[in-house]
Design a protein around this ligand. Structure first.
Ligand code: HEC
Ligand code: HEC
Ligand code: HEC
Ligand code: HEC
Length: 449
């Protein structure tokens, strides 16, 4: 415990690092900017938080494991090191575990070929429960700064590379500051080497004071990687500073690229950092697309839709389905049925996510409630964004010949049209409302009933 005090006491004394820097512009991946034969490239990802593929709800979304190979494979395997810094999923439910093992499988596929995964305390728990830690020599190698007595996971990793003008070694260590094992980390970095070494430290917590004090005690660190606090990667130090300090960004929207070159001067390496965006122009890899398909099938098999947490509707109301409104509101029904809301479930079928609760919740009626959508087999009348998404459960209104008022506020658009899922919606509410107009019945026109 004395180490804790000694280490933590030094925290307050040191000057904080710069906290806010604007995200860098994504690097140019076009020809020429890609691979150089005398450079080692380290790719870093992390903080996927369960994001394996953008939902596709609106255009221009970044990310997707299946597009990562297009970034990584620009550099031949012998001159690159691919690392994930951890926090693979966001929670510990059944679907999170399924995602966790899927992401680990993705890292093992030859088209991604990860060398190393750093695991946070939460990652380590899941990996242990899923039996992923039994073989310490399996790829990708796993390190963790967090100690669990029953598992034998190291806190560091080293590998050396032969570049055109000489050899270069990389040492990666993980430090969980809560356990304050800074002396062990120091030993890892202090190992003698007769070739140049690039020392990288992955921290589990990174407020400016912690990182400053860690760096003070570990002056040999060339690069410090902090947990993500924003979707974009963030360069925390000055671009040319040593050590370079950055965070990796969230949801796999970017891959962080470090290029390390030998300079000829002993002890001096040239380091260049740039985030690369994983955008829609990158060609998806088929083995990862297949893995995602297999994941979708497992989601279906595990009947996750039926296990979705639900609450009770107020005062015994029930959903009746959009068809039940048709007899009395024929005009409104006909208009609705020609609009995208009425095919929202079909959209999910097209992309194979029709059994995935993370998608279905916004593409059907009432999934968060008892009596709402359960599955296409059990509740076919509640597929799609129906009348009752906006007008509330219809049982009472229907049962009183329409004289009981409908229940919900009608302009709840932002429940589903969130910035992430409907990037075009912001500032366009009126336009969106006009597009779903099913209420201004053009009575003057004789061709419409
Ligand atoms: C048996 C016929 C009938 C059925 C079925 C019916 N309605 Fe109505 N609805 C009416 C009548 C009649 C009115 C007008 C009541 C009034 O003016 O007070 C009305 C009014 C409304 C209104 C406007 C007034 C308000 O309370 O907001 C909405 C919205 C509405 N209905 C939605 C629905 C929906 C959604 C369904 C299906 C779940 C549905 N209705 C089913 C007959 C019906
Ligand atoms: C928070 C609610 C929400 C969730 C969760 C959600 N969606 Fe959507 N989705 C929407 C909205 C809203 C739109 C319409 C966006 C627009 O046009 O502005 C949409 C549109 C789409 C479209 C495009 C339809 C088209 O024709 O352009 C696809 C495909 C889609 N969603 C698939 C998915 C998948 C797959 C998932 C799960 C991974 C998912 N959605 C999860 C709300 C959601
Ligand atoms: C995406 C949300 C949404 C869906 C889905 C939807 N409505 Fe509406 N509805 C509205 C809004 C918003 C209004 C306009 C309210 C206003 O401006 O007064 C409206 C208006 C109406 C009105 C006229 C109410 C009045 O007071 O004049 C009726 C009737 C109605 N809807 C029935 C339906 C029926 C039937 C369906 C399904 C076939 C349906 N709506 C689907 C949001 C929705
Ligand atoms: C329960 C979730 C939900 C709610 C609430 C909701 N929407 Fe949607 N909306 C969707 C989904 C999902 C889609 C995509 C449908 C598809 O194409 O598959 C969509 C699509 C749309 C589209 C078509 C977009 C395009 O460019 O083609 C419009 C317009 C729209 N919604 C307007 C509205 C308005 C206005 C409201 C509020 C009155 C609203 N929505 C409420 C889920 C919702």
């Amino acid at each position: 415990m004395s180490a804790v005090i000694a280490f933590c006491a030094s925290v307050a004394a040191t000057a904080p690092l710069k906290t806010a820097a604007p995200p860098l512009r994504a690097a140019d991946l076009s020809a020429g900017a890609a691979d150089k034969t005398d450079v080692l490239t380290i790719f870093l990802t992390g903080h996927e938080l369960g994001a394996m593929k953008p939902c596709g709800c609106s255009g221009g979304q970044l990310g997707g494991l299946d597009r990562r190979p297009a970034v990584l494979n620009r550099v031949p395997r012998q001159r690159r090191l691919v690392i994930d810094t951890g926090s693979l999923v966001a929670g510990d439910g059944e679907q999170d575990l399924l995602k966790f093992s899927t992401i680990m499988q993705a890292f093992r596929l030859p088209s991604l070929g990860y060398d190393l995964v750093n695991m946070t305390a939460d990652d380590l728990d899941k990996a242990f429960n899923l039996g992923l830690l039994s073989d310490p020599s399996s790829t990708p190698r796993i390190i963790s700064g967090h100690k669990r007595p029953e598992v034998n996971v190291r806190a560091s990793f080293s590998k050396s590379f032969g570049l055109e003008s000489g050899k270069l070694a990389v040492t990666v260590a993980a430090l969980d500051v809560e356990s304050c094992s800074i002396e062990q980390t120091e030993q890892v970095f202090a190992r003698k080497s007769d070739i140049p070494v690039f020392n990288m430290l992955i921290l589990n917590r990174c407020d400016p004071e912690i990182s400053a004090s860690v760096l003070k005690e570990l002056p040999m660190v060339d690069c410090l990687v902090c947990p993500a606090d924003s979707d974009e990667p963030r360069l925390i130090s000055e671009p040319d500073a040593r050590p370079l300090v950055f965070s990796v960004g969230r949801f796999g929207k970017y891959v962080n690229r470090l290029r390390i070159g030998l300079t000829g001067t002993p002890g001096k390496l040239q380091v260049e950092y740039a985030p690369v965006d994983v955008n829609e122009t990158l060609k998806p890899d088929s083995s990862l697309a297949n893995l995602y398909r297999a994941y979708q099938l497992l989601v279906k098999e595990q009947r996750l839709l039926e296990k979705y947490p639900r609450s009770s509707l107020p005062s015994g109301l029930r959903y009746a389905g959009s068809k039940s409104c048709k007899s009395c509101h024929e005009y409104n029904y006909e208009i609705w049925s020609t609009k995208p809301h009425a095919r929202a479930y079909a959209t999910l079928v097209e992309v194979g996510s029709e059994y995935d609760p993370e998608c279905v919740v916004c593409h059907v009626v009432g999934m968060k409630y008892y009596g709402g959508f359960i599955s296409p087999e059990q509740t076919p009348n509640l597929k799609d964004v129906g009348c009752e998404n906006c007008h509330g459960p219809g049982s009472e209104h229907n049962g009183n010949l329409g004289y009981a008022p409908t229940t919900e506020p009608k302009q709840n658009c932002t429940d589903c049209h969130t910035p992430e899922h409907s990037a075009r919606y912001a500032g366009k509410k009126q336009e969106y409302l006009e597009k779903i107009d099913h209420w201004t019945e053009p009575k003057a026109r004789s061709d419409v009933k």
